[in-house]
Design a protein around this ligand. Structure first.
Ligand code: BGC
Length: 259
């Protein structure tokens, strides 16, 4: 869609931007349904992906929609009060950077809420997607370059869990079972699912969730591997797929979720 498309009066709207390794994607979100209003808009992630370069790209995405209200932005690492604390798979210049301020400055002071990418996806899936009928503890894991995690209970997020860095059998979980490991080692789904099972068993023995939601690109082929998992907690595939980050970021910015 373009900014010219009419939007119904009174609609509960938000704006989210999902910053990934290859693309920076944004869109206007209907917070009553968790659906995008119109198309999302995507730009390539600048390289090197420094805070200033990303801030500029986020600003272009926001301006594409002429959005002037508060907005949410995802970041693939720990974020505390807007400040990035880790940078496992992104440019190290992010560590200690006040992401909310830097992106806000690129947008002439617009209010920006920055949160972890998996936390955003978890918020969205729990409210509108695969976790919407689950009333207990939901753990979303994103399988991609790394493994991201979100823990949510009755709509309340416990921010910045980093289960991708849990040590599982002497190795970090994401070095064992991220989907990038499957690709790099040319593993079959059978072989990879053994590693995913080990990671899930470690997590479920520590926090006993009621449901796991599997996200990340590889969740599109969930029928090939979710049935192979041998852990005890039910595992379902994410439903919002590549929109979950945008939707969750918009939720966080709307202020009606705890973070
Ligand atoms: C980071 C997490 C992030 C995940 C997915 C991990 O390496 O530590 O914060 O959510 O990758 O991007």
């Amino acid at each position: 869609m373009t900014a010219a498309e009419p939007i119904a009066a009174g609609q509960n709207r938000g704006f989210g931007v999902d910053v990934g390794g290859s693309g920076v994607k944004g869109g206007i979100v209907d917070l009553d349904t968790g659906k995008l209003i119109g198309e999302r808009f995507k730009m390539l992630t600048p390289q090197p992906a420094t805070p200033e370069a990303i801030a500029k790209t986020v600003a272009e995405v926001v301006r594409h929609f002429e959005w002037t209200g508060p907005l949410g932005v995802t970041y693939p690492g720990v974020v505390v009060n807007g400040v990035a604390q880790t940078a496992a798979n992104v440019d190290e210049a992010w560590i200690g950077a006040n992401a909310s301020e830097i992106i806000g400055a690129a947008l002439d002071g617009q209010q920006v809420t920055v949160l972890n990418d998996a936390d955003a996806a978890g918020l969205a899936e729990e409210r509108y997607g695969a976790g919407r009928t689950e009333s207990g503890v939901v753990v979303l894991l994103t399988f991609g370059t790394g493994i991201g995690s979100a823990v949510i209970h009755k709509g309340v997020l416990l921010p910045n869990t980093e289960f991708g860095h849990l040590e599982v059998g002497g190795k970090e979980a994401e070095h064992r079972a991220a989907s990038s490991v499957k690709e790099r080692k040319s593993w079959s789904y059978e072989r990879w699912s053994e590693e995913v099972t080990r990671v899930l068993v470690t997590i479920e023995n520590l926090i006993w969730p009621d449901l796991f939601i599997a996200g990340g690109g590889i969740s599109r082929k969930s029928e090939k591997w979710i049935p192979l998992l041998k852990n005890r907690t039910p595992v379902v595939a994410a439903e919002l797929l590549n929109e979950a980050g945008i939707v969750g970021a918009a939720m966080a910015a709307s202020g009606d979720v705890t973070h």
